[in-house]
Design a binder for this molecule. Structure first.
Ligand SMILES: NC(=O)c1ccc[n+]([C@@H]2O[C@H](COP(=O)([O-])OP(=O)(O)OC[C@H]3O[C@@H](n4cnc5c(N)ncnc54)[C@H](OP(=O)(O)O)[C@@H]3O)[C@@H](O)[C@H]2O)c1
Length: 273
């Protein structure tokens, strides 16, 4: 019998994960299927029971369940305990093991393009779940320092404390106070939801160098105003879809113990825009 995989969350209709994983199965002629399964907030426990009953082989977790899912896994790997959230589960004969592939997914484009994080100064916009995985990732890659800018200053301070705990120099600032400071950083990352609804970039890129890396983790639309403005200032661009693809290929490798067909998955993803 074939294997079954899913992504759980709410909303789930817009998820591109079923397209990406189905393309990988087709490419490698695997007898597997991958579905989107809507589990509303507050119904995670029942939803998980259902997945156990049908002996799901593995699943991804997205908004709003990534943190609460920690309660329902039997084992976790190091990335999960560090970040405090689960986005990938593998079912090992009834034992649910949790992983967090957001950190590796975020780092993947740097590796692919041979861009270094070591000793870089970083400006991170946002202090939510994705931002936390990014802080863990750049700390692992030995960045020099990180400035965390967020609408709610308290959350930026909290994340900055986490950064310090894992030995990354950091400070927190209110997002309205960083408008013209992009030129002071080597890498600038948007990990807020700004851009999803075509909002204008919260910062300007005046005076940046052509070696500055600008990364937007928002992947829909692909060309956010943040990236458009960065391009106008000749920055090196990393798109949100590259992180999405990075975390999907990592999840694929956890589930199937083989190299993911990156190009087929990329083609399916870009066809989804
Ligand atoms: N490319 C990928 O693979 C990938 C992976 C994960 C997430 N994402 C994207 O990353 C974004 C954040 O995800 P998340 O899981 O971290 O969400 P989250 O935990 O809900 O955090 C949302 C963040 O956005 C900020 N924010 C929201 N609306 C804002 C506004 N109007 N003005 C200023 N700041 C605003 C929040 O600030 P406050 O603290 O002030 O509320 C918070 O820092 C989403 O757009 C998501 O789609 C992409």
């Amino acid at each position: 019998m074939g294997e079954t995989f899913a992504v759980i969350g709410d909303p789930i209709d817009h998820s591109l994960s079923p397209h990406i994983h189905s393309a990988a199965f087709r490419e490698l002629s695997l007898d597997c299927s991958y579905i989107g399964y809507r589990i509303p907030k507050g119904e995670l426990e029942e939803g998980i029971e259902g997945l156990k009953k049908i002996k799901i082989n593995g699943f991804n977790i997205t908004i709003p369940h990534k943190i609460e899912m920690m309660k329902y896994v039997d084992k976790i790997d190091e990335s999960c305990s560090l970040i405090g959230a689960v986005n990938t589960v593998v079912n090992e004969e009834g034992v649910f093991k949790g992983y967090n592939t957001d950190m590796d997914g975020f780092l993947e484009p740097f590796k692919k393009k041979n861009l270094k994080i070591k000793n870089c100064t970083i400006l991170l916009l946002g202090a939510g779940g994705a931002a936390r995985a990014i802080v863990a990732g750049v700390a692992k890659e030995e960045a020099k320092s990180i400035t965390i800018a967020n609408r709610t200053l308290g959350k930026a301070i909290e994340l900055s404390e986490f950064a310090k705990k894992i030995k990354l120099n950091s400070n927190a600032i209110q997002i309205d106070n960083i408008k013209d400071s992009a030129k002071n950083y080597d890498i600038i990352i948007n990990a807020t939801s700004i851009g999803l609804k075509n909002e204008p970039s919260p910062i300007t890129f005046d005076g940046i160098k052509d070696t500055t890396i600008v990364y937007d983790i928002v992947y829909k639309p692909m060309n956010t105003d943040f990236l458009k403005k960065a391009k106008e200032n000749n920055a090196i661009i990393i798109y949100g879809y590259e992180m999405l693809l990075g975390q999907a290929t990592r999840a694929f490798e956890i589930w199937h113990n083989m190299e993911a067909p990156y190009n087929a998955m990329k083609k399916a993803l870009l066809g989804g825009f």
